[in-house]
Design a protein around this ligand. Structure first.
Ligand code: SF4
Length: 352
């Protein structure tokens, strides 16, 4: 049986690199889009040859900066997807956008071509902080794009970064107040992490203490008029990102583009893939169960303890640490609010 597969397409180009960025992306504002499109379409055809006319409930264009893409490129890729897969009638089609790269005209073109969800990289409503982060836009560029997007696109989300030097619960609350005022139905709030091979990694930044980070995290959940449904994601009911939710719940997905990875379910076996199938290796049941614990515990639903998960989970730890893990019924566990604050170490201790 072939399960429905979600699709992630990686657009690896950015106008310039942000100071904190360790993602796979190149500073290249004018790539050879025709060459790139041909490579993406070849990968789409490769997966069609393997999986057939598989059903696709969500498509996510991530980056890099997908909004740099000319709309004719987007249309060509979409038409290849429709030709090779059964894109469901209510498919969620997301594009990530940088406020400097999308005017109202192009936004409408993306919307006409099928985009029904946009995830805007706002990061901050403070110009000084945006400059510090190395973003190419200012706060008003972001406000303008959110405003335009809310007129033309059904689901509008924005990404923010908190925990910069000098951030406090008070500054984070100001950001959340503005999100509430705008009426966003979805946002992602990411804690700044310093990666070694980035400009920030080479600076000696004075970061907020762990206690201060925890205060900011709790202030976000308290202030936003949205529900937390994953460690960093908040939404009004019904506006959760279906693409990410499917993947966190363990559904298969195809990763397209050199910087993308996927999990393919084929002939009753799970495979890990990267680079358009150049790397394609089967996953054992226990590897797959570990992945499901790692992604599932990030969500507020948590994980169902099925037979495979039972073999590798430290149930004793789950039963004796009710401050950080709670049972929902007999066979489902999730992180408590306190558990969400130490999620990485919690997951490590949960796996035998
Ligand atoms: S826009 Fe995103 S992917 Fe590009 S450099 Fe900045 S953080 Fe990295």
């Amino acid at each position: 049986m072939i399960l429905a597969h979600n699709i992630y397409i990686h657009i690896p180009f950015c106008i310039s690199k942000c100071n904190y960025c360790a993602f796979f992306s190149h500073a290249c504002a004018t790539p050879d889009w025709d060459l790139f499109t041909d490579k993406i379409i070849t990968e789409i055809e490769h997966w069609h040859n393997l999986l057939g006319y598989v059903s696709v409930p969500t498509i996510f264009f991530g980056g890099g900066t997908p909004s740099l893409m000319p709309t004719y490129v987007f249309r060509k890729i979409m038409s290849a997807l429709f030709k090779n897969f059964e894109i469901t009638a209510d498919a969620e089609i997301t594009i990530e956008a940088n406020p400097k790269t999308l005017d109202n005209k192009r936004l409408c073109e993306f919307s006409d071509a099928g985009v029904n969800r946009i995830s805007i990289g706002v990061q901050s409503f403070n110009d000084e902080k945006l400059k510090f982060l190395g973003r190419i836009h200012n706060a008003d560029d972001a406000r303008r794009l959110i405003d335009d997007a809310m007129k033309h696109i059904k689901n509008v989300s924005a990404d923010f970064i908190y925990g910069l030097p000098f951030d406090t619960a008070k500054t984070v609350i100001q950001t959340c107040d503005e999100i509430n005022k705008i009426g966003l139905t979805h946002c992602s709030m990411y804690e700044l992490t310093i990666e070694p091979d980035t400009p920030f990694g080479k600076m000696n930044l004075c970061m907020p203490s762990n206690e201060s980070m925890a205060e900011m995290y709790m202030a976000i959940a308290k202030t936003l008029k949205l529900n937390r449904y994953e460690v960093s994601n908040y939404a009004k009911n019904g506006f959760e990102c279906r693409h990410n939710q499917n993947i966190w719940d363990g559904a298969p997905y195809i990763g397209i583009g050199n910087g993308a990875a996927g999990r393919i379910f084929f002939d009753n076996i799970w495979y890990e893939e990267m680079g358009g199938g150049k790397m394609f290796k089967p996953l054992s049941n226990s590897e797959r169960a570990i992945e499901r614990i790692i992604t599932g515990m990030r969500t507020c639903r948590g994980i169902k303890i099925d037979n495979e998960i039972k073999k590798i989970i430290n149930l004793e730890f789950a039963k004796t640490n009710s401050d950080v893990i709670e049972f929902v019924g007999d066979d489902q566990i999730r992180a408590t609010d306190a558990g969400m604050l130490i999620l990485d170490s919690l997951i490590e201790r949960l796996i035998k």
